[in-house]
Design a protein around this ligand. Structure first.
Ligand SMILES: *Cc1c(COP(=O)(O)O)cnc(C)c1O
Length: 462
């Protein structure tokens, strides 16, 4: 299968090259040239598959023979064998209209593990096969970094550097990243916020000479492999509900930051999975809520919230959706992104806005509302939500109509965000792996939030 850029200025590449390229060389994002279409018969045949079996079938469609099936199966089994729950992503019923899809049973207790365990193993495989070194550079609002480091620590042929905003990630997130002492890991604590980190990375990757000199590879959700890995659980959850007789009007509510996770849901729907609404839940950084409700995509002022992994103004995957919204026309996408760079906003109206609102519903959750949701869900149903999942559940409660069922994606284990949980006077016991972190020494380097400062560190490390 060919992968092309949303901006139309690269020659089509295959799956492995698309993964290695990360951000497209023309500054756009890579997308499959044609979205594979699944027939009802194929979907039916997949209903009974285990999570790894389902992942193998879906990946096979996108890898399209470039990796022998036996090797691909081993990569999938290695990736999901590390999960603590046998189902990998179990679905829990909260009440008739609400189920929670638990995506946090991987090594770092956040949903990022689902894609990054796979991508880490895939990079290891490619490095060995090509005899080439892979240098990973990424930015994190907290969970991606921990998860990416866990996915490649100690692996031969791979070095990884992760930027996080100094002092703006949760305690557990910081410890998960910085207590790793493998020599192939470098943590940079950047003075600034996550958008600064992401901008630095994006600009360093856009410098194609720099990227090639250091063999730089991406692990951020701009990497197409991450999106593909995340489509799997939409299928998996849909099949679990179908087993319980719920086949129609199944919505998904997705705590959203960079638009990667919800875009995976959009892709699953475009492949033929008959799901209802995709509910886009944001926190007070609600640029995407405003896009869906008003048609204006315009970053506002950065707000620190209880759900730091969603404290994002410029959503790096949004361009992928713009591509499909505009009839897969790279000229239109390029013009819109140029306009965004110039004016700092993108506006859609009329038919286009109606299409956006047919694809998505949206709701932005305030800080107090997020905490209230955690408390109410715990008191009424005995189920403890982390603050990101609480945003998804609040949106589901608000947007689910009569006769519909919503699956809220649970993107993190509550123990990762105990700071917020304690504010509503709920005491939890941390899992042993998390409790053990505070005894370990930390390794990180503090740097100024400039491209030069980061580039200098990279030159030393890579
Ligand atoms: C990354 C993350 C999100 C946001 O996912 P996107 O793909 O960036 O939209 C939500 N919740 C948690 C816990 C995360 O780590």
């Amino acid at each position: 299968m060919d992968y092309i850029s949303t901006r139309g200025n690269i020659a089509p590449v295959g799956f492995v090259d698309a993964v290695l390229m990360g951000l497209a060389d023309d500054g756009g994002l890579l997308v499959p040239k044609h979205i594979p279409q699944l027939s009802e018969a194929e979907l039916d045949a997949w209903r009974g598959l285990s999570y790894p079996e389902l992942a193998l079938e879906l990946f096979s469609r996108f890898v399209d023979g470039e990796i022998p099936r036996g090797d691909l199966k081993r990569l999938v089994d290695d990736s999901y064998g590390t999960f603590r729950d046998e189902a990998v992503t179990p679905v829990r019923r909260i009440h008739d209209r609400l189920h929670v899809l638990e995506l946090f049973h991987g090594p770092t207790f956040a949903f990022k593990d689902i894609a990054l365990q796979f991508l880490g193993n895939l990079y290891g495989y490619i490095s060995k096969k090509n005899g080439s070194t892979i240098h990973i550079l990424g930015a994190t609002s907290g969970d991606t970094g921990a998860s990416a480091i866990e996915g490649v620590r100690g692996k031969e042929g791979i070095r990884i550097c992760i930027l996080h905003p100094h002092g703006k990630v949760s305690r557990v997130q910081e410890l998960q990243m910085t207590t790793v002492d493998d020599a192939n890991v470098l943590n940079l604590a950047v003075d600034g916020n996550f958008d600064d980190c992401q901008r630095i990375i994006k600009e360093l990757f856009a410098d194609v000479a720099f990227k090639q000199r250091y063999h730089l590879r991406a692990i951020n959700s701009i990497n197409i492999a991450r999106i593909l890995a995340q489509t799997v659980y939409y299928f998996y959850a849909y099949f679990r509900l179908a087993e319980q007789g719920v086949r129609e009007n199944v919505n998904f509510s997705v705590p959203t930051g960079n638009f990667g996770d919800i875009f995976a849901g959009y892709l699953a729907k475009r492949m033929g999975l008959p799901i209802g609404k995709l509910m886009l839940a944001t926190n007070e950084n609600n640029i995407l809520e405003r896009f869906v409700t008003e048609g204006v995509y315009q970053p506002g002022e950065f707000r620190g919230t209880h759900s730091p992994s969603m404290d994002i103004q410029v959503a790096s995957n949004f361009e992928r959706y713009l591509y499909y919204l505009n009839g897969e026309n790279p000229g239109t996408v390029s013009a819109l992104m140029d306009a965004f760079k110039r004016d700092g906003r993108i506006a859609v109206e009329g038919d286009a806005l109606r299409r956006v609102q047919a694809d998505f519903a949206a709701y932005g959750v305030g800080n107090d509302e997020c905490l209230r949701e955690i408390k109410v869900c715990y008191d009424e149903y005995g189920y403890l939500l982390d603050p990101h999942t609480a945003c998804g559940v609040a949106a589901a409660n608000r947007l689910t109509a009569d006769g519909e069922v919503t699956v809220a994606l649970s993107t993190a284990h509550p123990a990762k965000f105990d700071e917020a949980i304690r504010l509503v006077d709920i005491a939890q016991t941390a899992p042993a792996q998390i409790a053990a972190l505070s005894d370990k020494p930390q390794f990180q380097t503090r740097v100024a939030g400039t491209n030069e400062a980061v580039a200098e560190q990279l030159e030393r490390f890579f």
